[in-house]
Design a protein. Structure first.
Length: 204
C-alpha cells in the first residue's frame, strides 16, 4: 500500500486556498487508492517546537525528530500546503523542516532515504509573484522549498500555484477576480490529476 504524507500550514481552517487544493489532491489519491495510507499533520493547529540546541545535538536520538523523519522517509509521496506569508513560508512549516532535516541521516547525501520522493507543494499567494510581474523578486516560497527538497533531501518537487487568492476579499483587487478564479480552477484540476497519477503509480 502506498503512503502519502500530507502537511497543511495555512493559519485559517476555513476559507484557505491551499487547504482546499490539498484536499482535492487527497480526495483524488484516496479515490484511486482507497487502501493506501494518509499521514496528516496540521502544522497550524498543532505547531511543532522550534529546533533547539538539545534537539540538534541529539539528532535521530531525539524522539520528536526521529518520529518526523520516519514519517517523511516512509512516505511514497509528500503533499504540502504552503501559503505565502510575508513573502515566504509559514513559520510552522519552517519549524517542521528544521526538525525533520537531519544532516548525515536523511540530508546531505545523494542516496539518502528521501531521495527521489515526489513532493507536491501547493504554494498559494494573495497576489502574483510570477516571472515578469512587479514583485517577482519577492518570491521566497518556491525558490526556498525547491532548494531545500532537491538540494538537501534529493527529492523531486512540483508546484501548484493558485494566485490572486485575495481578489474576492479586497476591493482594490476586484479587477483580478477573473484571473483569480481561473488560477484556482487550474490549481484544483492540477491537484486532482496529480493526486490520481501518483496514487496509481505507487499502488501499481
Amino acid at each position: 500500500m502506498a503512503t502519502l504524507l500530507h502537511l497543511d500550514s495555512a493559519l485559517f481552517p476555513q476559507g484557505s486556498a491551499s487547504r482546499e487544493i490539498t484536499a482535492a489532491f487527497v480526495r483524488a489519491w484516496q479515490d484511486q487508492h482507497p487502501d493506501g495510507t494518509v499521514i496528516y499533520r496540521d502544522l497550524a493547529a498543532t505547531p511543532l517546537p522550534h529546533l533547539d540546541f538539545a534537539a540538534v545535538s541529539a539528532g535521530v536520538e531525539n524522539e520528536l525528530r526521529a518520529e518526523l523523519a520516519a514519517e517523511l522517509e516512509a512516505a511514497d509521496a509528500v503533499l504540502i500546503g504552503a501559503p505565502m506569508y510575508n513573502f515566504t513560508i509559514p513559520s510552522t512549516l519552517k519549524a517542521w523542516l528544521d526538525q525533520v532535516i537531519i544532516v548525515g541521516h536523511n540530508a546531505g547525501t545523494p542516496d539518502g532515504p528521501v531521495a527521489g520522493t515526489p513532493v507536491t507543494v501547493v504554494a498559494s499567494r494573495g497576489g502574483s509573484y510570477a516571472p515578469g510581474t512587479p514583485r517577482e523578486d519577492f518570491e521566497f516560497v518556491q525558490n526556498y522549498l525547491e532548494k531545500v527538497f532537491t538540494g538537501m533531501l534529493g527529492a523531486t518537487v512540483d508546484f501548484i500555484v493558485p494566485e490572486m487568492t485575495l481578489a474576492r476579499s479586497k476591493p482594490e483587487m476586484a479587477q483580478f477576480i477573473p484571473l483569480a478564479d481561473a488560477s484556482k480552477t487550474k490549481a484544483l484540476d492540477e491537484a486532482a490529476e496529480k493526486g490520481k497519477t501518483l496514487a496509481a503509480r505507487f499502488a501499481a
